[in-house]
Design a protein. Structure first.
Ligand code: PEP
Ligand code: MN
Length: 362
């Protein structure tokens, strides 16, 4: 399948505020909790509510969601404040129950997107139904699998379709619960600019103090909106305690967001602004990638240290420069530029390795 034939987000039939934010608890816990959270969220600039009813948990015995009984609490809380409500679906049966209960928006969770059988089952349950659906990225950084999930839902006839970037699971411990790896949603945007992409700073960060900066980054990279977890009493939440924020904190974050102008007009200034936004996005991407390169460099340094190997291995370095310089023409770059760039990167890499090896900075 080449392109997606979708209805643009602004025409989804909801009151989509700018910035577009869906918020609510990780999980629906009680009728009271849902109602109070929704009431406190109502005036915080959100366009929709979220809550998990069925929770895919890593270990058995954890809170696995309140189950179908909670659907009417979620729908009721939404009606009470006049906001559409969304829920995660992982099976065909979930789709049926959610739609019968009057849920307005569905999303496929990261643990489900990894499994084409499950996504297909959901897609089959959606045939002939007109409901907005978001597909979260799979747990693993596999863009094709993410696109495949979106395609399955689209083939079922869903035209109000979007993606949610919630970061990628990794074995190594990082600052984030799920590594953002922004290059994946950026590539999704490049391949399919027709698909709206929301960012989920709660599941990326796993930590409430990081939510605001990731939310801003989402808009700096010109993504379309956010899904954020907010709970009436985050420290007492039954799941994802560390990453949830109060509705009031969410309001503060939303009102402080800087959302750049997305709609290019026809005058020169708007054209320039759009191009500059692309430059900003690419520079951010470059920094992200350089940071990742240095992460690996530091791992190599640790390995060298343990195994008594020198920092500089002349042959390897020569090969790297030759190989990268060879590719310069292809990209319409001069060989001199690529050589200089590699030298600067290499210098920083040696500095980082030296620091680890406890030598003086070069
Ligand atoms: C959630 O949104 O609560 C959730 C389970 O997210 P994810 O699928 O991104 O882990
Ligand atoms: Mn959660």
């Amino acid at each position: 399948m080449s392109g997606f034939n979708l209805i643009p987000l602004r025409n989804w039939g909801f009151n989509i505020k700018k910035p577009f934010v869906i918020a609510g608890p990780c999980a629906c816990e009680s009728e009271e909790q849902m109602r109070e959270t929704a009431e406190r969220l109502k005036d915080q600039g959100v366009s929709g509510l979220r809550a998990g009813i069925w929770k895919p948990r890593t270990r058995p015995g954890m809170f696995e969601g309140i189950g179908k009984e909670g659907l009417s609490w979620l729908v009721g809380a939404g009606k009470n404040v006049g906001l559409p409500v969304s829920v995660e679906v992982a099976t065909g049966n979930h789709v049926e129950l959610a739609l019968n209960a009057g849920v307005d928006i569905l999303w496929v969770g990261a643990r489900t997107t990894v499994n084409p059988f499950s996504v297909q089952e959901i897609a089959d349950a959606l045939k002939g139904v007109d409901v907005p659906v978001f597909v979260k990225n799979p747990l693993n950084p596999d863009l094709q699998l993410w696109i495949g999930g979106l395609e399955r839902i689209h083939v079922a006839g869903i035209k109000r379709l979007g993606a949610i970037h919630r970061g990628f699971s990794s074995y190594e411990k990082t600052k984030y619960r799920n590594k953002p790896m922004w290059e994946l949603p950026i590539e999704l945007r490049r391949l399919h600019s027709e698909i709206p992409i929301l960012v989920d700073p709660s599941h990326i960060s796993g930590e409430r103090t990081l939510v605001a900066s990731i939310a801003q980054k989402a808009f700096d990279l010109s993504f379309d909106g956010l899904m954020i977890e907010a709970h009436r009493d985050p420290d007492k939440a039954w799941s994802d305690v560390k990453q949830q924020i109060t509705p009031e904190k969410l309001g503060e974050i939303v009102s402080n967001l800087i959302v750049r102008n997305e709609t290019p007009g026809h005058d020169a200034e708007d054209v320039l602004l759009t191009l500059r936004q692309q430059i900003d996005r690419i520079d951010n991407y470059l920094l992200e990638i350089l940071g990742e390169r240095m992460d690996i460099v530091r791992k190599i340094a640790e390995f060298k240290l343990e195994n008594g190997i020198t920092i500089l291995q002349t042959n390897r370095w020569k090969e790297i420069v030759e190989d990268r310089v060879k590719k310069a023409d292809q990209k319409e770059l001069t060989q001199e530029f690529v050589r200089k760039m590699m030298e600067v990167i290499h210098k920083e890499s040696i500095r980082q390795q030296s620091k680890i090896m406890d030598n003086s900075n070069l």
